[in-house]
Design a protein around this ligand. Structure first.
Ligand SMILES: [Zn+2]
Length: 93
């Protein structure tokens, strides 16, 4: 038997993923040209997350260390780039 149960450790979060989702909501509210279907949103988030540094932590109280790695403006810029890629090559039918 393993000494730990890996399913007991779901408290670890990529804070920068949370920031991507929150900033994506802002972006969509201000840009009607972005398709909001499930396929396009998932592609935009996947591309963005692959292009920004992750920041994992257990507590969600303090995001300051995550901000040291990338600013909101930096994430928004990556989201914009990703949305342009998805607009050109959408996977939706
Ligand atoms: Zn779409």
């Amino acid at each position: 038997m393993p000494k730990i149960n890996i399913y007991d450790y779901d408290k670890i979060h990529n804070i920068n993923e949370k920031r991507v989702w929150e900033l994506l909501i802002q972006l969509i509210e201000n840009d009607d040209t972005i398709c909001t279907c499930r396929d396009c949103i998932l592609d935009i988030v996947a591309i963005t997350l692959n292009n920004i540094p992750p920041h994992y932590q257990v507590s969600e109280d303090d995001f300051s260390e995550a901000y040291k790695k990338i600013s909101d403006e930096g994430i928004l810029s990556e989201l914009l780039t990703a949305s342009e890629i998805v607009k050109k090559h959408p996977h939706h039918l």
